[in-house]
Design a protein around this ligand. Structure first.
Ligand code: IDP
Ligand code: MG
Length: 152
């Protein structure tokens, strides 16, 4: 049984700086997901450390926080059937060296820290991460015309 889900995706500063916003949004749309919230923001250090708290103490933590606070990030909520897994598949493996061609990281990334995008890895984390960036009233609810039960 497929489940309608929402997930948090953000384009890291390297993706924004390299002009990949349109490319990445296009891939999300092309897959059939809808974007229900979107915002260009900058992480401050405290927020970034909190967001990535699960990685605190790991050797790459400092470089990660340094990178995500280095410039603007584009955060968005993507919604659709099995959205969490679908977006993880679209972005590819964490390391761009291992990520398959055809995935965002596989096509554009060449550095594990600067791996272009972040996406939630579970429904629970998605809900936590969405709250990080968006108030509930900033997230819209709508359906694609093709999914309406009764066509006009
Ligand atoms: P994910 O982004 O694919 O979910 P996580 O394991 O949650 O990967 O790690 C969060 C971020 O930390 C990654 O996107 C990557 O930028 C960075 N990272 C993870 N593992 C490494 C590593 O071994 N070396 C350098 N950076 C890493
Ligand atoms: Mg992760």
């Amino acid at each position: 049984m497929t489940e309608k889900q929402r997930t948090l995706l953000f384009i890291k500063p390297d993706g924004v700086m390299r002009g990949l916003i349109g490319e990445i949004i296009q891939r999300v749309e092309r897959k059939g997901l809808i974007i229900t919230a979107i915002k260009l923001v900058k992480f401050d250090r405290q927020k970034a450390e909190e967001f990535y708290a699960v990685h605190k103490g790991k050797p790459f933590f400092e470089a990660l926080v340094e990178h995500v606070t280095s410039g603007p990030i584009l955060a968005m909520v993507a919604e659709g059937p099995e959205a969490v897994m679908v977006v993880r598949k679209l972005i590819g493996k964490t390391s761009p060296f291992e990520a398959e061609p055809g995935t965002i990281r596989g096509d554009f990334g060449i550095n594990v820290t600067k791996n272009i995008v972040h996406a939630s890895d579970s429904v629970e984390n998605a809900e936590r991460e969405i709250k990080f960036f968006f108030k509930e009233d900033e997230i819209l609810s709508y359906e694609k015309p093709t999914e309406k039960k009764f066509a006009v």
